[in-house]
Design a protein around this ligand. Structure first.
Ligand SMILES: NC(=O)c1ccc[n+]([C@@H]2O[C@H](COP(=O)([O-])OP(=O)(O)OC[C@H]3O[C@@H](n4cnc5c(N)ncnc54)[C@H](O)[C@@H]3O)[C@@H](O)[C@H]2O)c1
Length: 352
């Protein structure tokens, strides 16, 4: 297995949840690497997530800086073209996306624009500038509902909601560039991530922050939906490993541990000493909701020797502690109009 070296890294969507964790991970681990974070700063993008790095960089002389934030849209081809021309990136890791299933049910236009057309622009530029590695961050949601058994990388894609369909389209587009243009790309299909700096509309941070605010936790349907929960730092280590060691054109599932939404909420209630039955509010299920995702990570475990290091039941204790300490971070988000407007709909299951 050859280990590649990269010097100039373009991370798109690096101000979001997973992207900002990945920027921090790479910044710490590879001091010789220059990192460009290109992000539009939509409602989900937040430079506070990277305040530590920004502060460190400001203290350095300009010539020694190695982290650069550029505000921009992956749909802005001309602007990106100039950025690629100036900076000789050797690797692109694409996290930029509209990422919330509920929002895609209410309106899916932006999901197609960013997740499909934006990816198309990025891979065209990666081809034009002969980028030596393109990493597309995909998701297990593209396999759709899996009644029995597991999803392998070769399993059929049967996306159930517009978010998943847009991510499946991007996955297919990248696969087509691999086959037709020999684009040196790899695709990583992550399962449900959890960790620090996750936008509080997603299940885990919403549960923790609502309980801390003495509010009820909206639980969709029966709450028996099963997901494979993956700690974001385990996902970051998988991306790092695959980016450096995977063969061109590989596709890998990266998956965590199976738990139902109900089990997750119960565990958080237990950590915070709250009674589950009196702290949840049942809301109707999402239209088209998937009951079970079951990607297997056996391929990346076997070929690249990746293994998740964290167990969700104990990791949740640290996550809860962090959200308790970082109240300023999430309270600022939860006060914003873009959070409140959507939360009104999400907490009452108003999709139309
Ligand atoms: N969160 C998960 O559980 C999970 C699991 C598997 C895969 N993924 C994938 O990982 C990626 C990151 O997910 P996340 O949860 O961190 O999402 P997120 O919503 O927290 O972050 C998305 C980021 O993309 C930026 N962005 C949106 N549109 C953009 C555009 N047009 N141009 C540039 N930047 C733009 C946003 O500002 C934000 O910073 C997504 O591609 C998602 O599909 C997420």
């Amino acid at each position: 297995m050859i280990k590649r070296k990269f010097k100039n890294l373009l991370i798109t969507g690096g101000a979001g949840f997973i992207g900002s964790n990945f920027v921090r991970y790479m910044y710490r681990k590879y001091p010789a690497c220059r990192i460009f974070n290109y992000d539009l700063l939509t409602y989900a993008g937040n430079l506070d997530n990277l305040a530590g790095i920004t502060k460190k960089e400001k203290a350095r002389p300009k010539s020694q800086r190695r982290y650069f934030f550029v505000k921009g849209d992956i749909g802005d081809e001309n602007f990106l073209d100039r950025l690629f021309a100036r900076n000789k990136f050797d690797v692109v890791v694409n996290f930029a996306a509209e990422s919330h299933v509920d929002r895609s049910i209410i309106s899916s236009q932006d999901f197609i624009k960013v997740n499909v057309m934006g990816v198309h622009i990025l891979i065209d530029l990666a081809k034009k500038y002969k980028i030596s590695r393109f990493v597309q961050i995909s998701t297990d949601e593209i396999y759709g509902d899996v009644g029995k058994g597991v999803s392998h990388e070769y399993s059929q894609l049967r996306p159930s909601n517009p978010y998943a369909a847009s991510k499946a389209a991007a996955d297919f587009l990248v696969q087509s560039y691999i086959r037709t243009h020999k684009l040196p790309a790899i695709i990583l299909r992550g399962s449900n991530n959890y960790g620090l700096f996750q936008y509080p509309e997603k299940l885990i941070p919403l549960t923790i922050t609502n309980l801390l605010e003495n509010k009820l936790v909206p639980l969709h349907g029966s709450g028996r939906h099963v997901r494979r929960w993956l700690h974001v730092m385990d996902f970051c280590s998988a991306i790092d490993l695959a980016m450096h060691k995977a063969s061109d054109f590989s596709i890998y599932n990266v998956a965590g541990e199976a738990r139902s939404n109900r089990e997750i909420v119960m565990r958080i209630c237990e950590i915070l000493g709250k009674d589950f039955r009196t702290h949840i509010k049942r809301v109707s299920d999402r239209p088209g909701a998937d009951l079970r995702y079951a990607p297997t990570a056996s391929k990346i475990e076997k070929q690249l020797k990746w293994k998740a290091q964290r167990n969700i039941d104990s990791a949740l204790k640290d996550i809860v502690r962090w959200y308790k300490i970082k109240q300023k971070w999430w309270k600022k988000i939860k006060k914003k109009k873009e959070f409140l407007d959507h939360y009104k709909k999400q907490s009452r299951a108003l999709y139309y």
